[in-house]
Ligand binder design. Structure first.
Ligand code: FAD
Length: 442
């Protein structure tokens, strides 16, 4: 089905390409504007990220996540071999993603989008620069996926300002694919051997320290003060220039409107310590196309769709900001500004509403977002309405409003009415108990 509404996706990273693919599947006329990443960087991706890329038909991109490296963590006073991660060059990943988009028959224009988007009554207008010439183009909707480069600088909420200093290395002595993360007095360091005698070191520190460092030598002086065995630096030489990348938690205040939607790091980005940014970009991109489909093709549900998306982005941001804080609190040896600021941000906020409860929220159904009652529990703060493909809202509501005996009787009738087999009855009952919708016998 061809949906003639025209959508521009600005940025061809993970979030941009996977959102574009979702929109193309819904029949929209999609164009990605992409440019080469301004710097080279390496990152560690999880198995979940690889699966997410595959699920989104990003075959070329997922092929780059081939060889896993053992990840050591020397954090606080403990040393662990934590898990494995795929070390990936972000420049190569972007190239593979654009190839995936092209194979998916999405129009891709290599060009730099300049300035902010202009919004007219019905259309959105962008300016882009290609071969030094500036062009103007009009679309019905804009997806901004320019990552941390999305220019709404004054309009976000952020945590303590961290910067990451990145240095590529030539490592003639290295043999084994490995990575490590170490907490040090002024921040933390991620090292990776990336194969073919190449390595990488990333020092994440406070803005104040980052301002004093502008080349590899200065970074060395800084990190040599930390009593640490930096295996990536043994016999190695720097390659290319040191890169400085902002890496603090931030979330835009306006994430979605009738004309635009921010996705991935453009909407909200978290401290790379949580090591999960790529997966979060995929999570947002998995729902963004349906939100846009609702805004453009089912406008009576537009407010529900916008709220559905905003809540999800905020949830991811709040959850992973807290995860970051927990990691920082595992380190108790250092009392420097770097640690103190990050051990106390974000402020603890208690959930005031009681769980479990039933509330009206947006749900995704048949490619659109609809208002619907959902069951909110401790494990499902965004709410669920389907469990194992069964609508569980009325059942949960009954269980919450009635005593245990009545609830169990209703449950039995519910299972008969829905022709549930024994195995599924057990699973559903276990779920009701685990979500505290049904009380155990005392
Ligand atoms: C220091 C650091 C380390 C990290 N380490 C990890 C890690 O180990 N694991 C992990 O999962 N996540 C990590 N992250 C997070 C991860 O980088 C992001 O969460 C993820 O890349 C988000 O994807 P995205 O598509 O939203 O943005 P990006 O990957 O940033 O993609 C944005 C794209 O837009 C393009 N673009 C930008 N401006 C324009 C323009 N004007 N015109 C056209 N195109 C443009 C860029 O070239 C780029 O291709 C790290 C982040 C930082 C800062």
């Amino acid at each position: 089905m061809q949906n003639m509404k025209k959508i521009f996706v600005l940025g061809g990273g993970i979030a941009g390409v996977t959102t574009a693919m979702g929109l193309k599947k819904l029949g929209f006329d999609v164009t990605i504007f992409y440019k080469k990443r301004a710097f080279s960087a390496y990152e560690g991706f999880s198995q979940k990220t690889k699966e997410g890329l595959l699920l989104n038909a990003c075959k070329n991109a997922s092929n780059l996540l081939e060889k896993q490296s053992l990840r050591n963590a020397n954090w606080g006073e403990t040393q662990n071999k934590v898990n494995y991660e795929f070390v990936v060059s972000r420049v190569l990943l972007d190239e593979a993603l654009i190839l995936d988009a092209k194979e998916f028959k999405i129009k891709c224009i290599k060009a730099s989008v300049v300035k902010n988007t202009k919004f007219l009554e019905k259309k959105a207008v962008i300016l882009y620069k290609k071969d030094s010439i500036t062009f103007e183009a009009e679309a019905d909707f804009i997806v901004d996926a320019r990552g941390r480069f999305t220019p709404f600088k004054d309009e976000y909420i952020n945590g303590p300002k961290s910067f990451s200093l990145l240095q590529e290395l030539e490592m003639p002595n290295a043999v084994q694919s490995k990575t490590s993360i170490d907490s040090v007095e002024d921040g933390w360091i991620w090292q990776a051997y990336i194969g073919e005698k190449k390595g990488y070191i990333q020092f994440t520190c406070d803005e104040e320290a980052a301002n004093k460092i502008s080349n590899f030598q200065q970074m060395l002086e800084y990190i040599n003060k930390q009593s640490l065995n930096l295996w990536s630096l043994e016999g190695s030489k720097p390659v290319k220039k040191l890169v400085k990348r902002d890496s603090f938690c931030k979330i835009h205040k306006t994430i979605v409107s009738d004309k635009f939607l921010l996705v991935g790091d453009s909407a909200s980005s978290i401290d790379p310590l949580s090591g999960n940014g790529a997966f979060q970009a995929l999570s947002m991109a998995s729902v963004a196309p349906y939100v846009i489909n609702t805004i453009l093709n089912f406008p009576q549900n537009s407010e529900t769709a916008k709220s559905f998306y905003k809540k999800r982005v905020e949830f991811i941001f709040n959850k992973f900001s807290k995860v970051g804080k927990e990691f920082y609190n595992l380190e108790s040896r250092y009392k420097t500004n770097f640690w103190q600021k990050r051990q106390t941000w974000p402020k603890d906020e208690k959930e005031l509403k009681k769980v479990p409860r039933i509330e009206e929220e947006g749900i995704l159904k048949d490619k659109f977002i609809y208002p619907n009652e959902v069951v909110i529990t401790e494990n499902n703060p965004m709410g669920v309405w389907l469990f194992n493909n069964i609508d569980v809202v009325d059942l949960s509501k009954y269980c919450l409003e009635n005593n245990r005996d009545k609830a169990l009787k209703y449950f039995e009738e519910f299972c008969i009415k829905n022709s549930l087999i024994d195995k599924n009855i057990k699973i559903l009952k276990k779920w009701l108990f685990s979500q505290k919708l049904l009380q155990f016998e005392v």
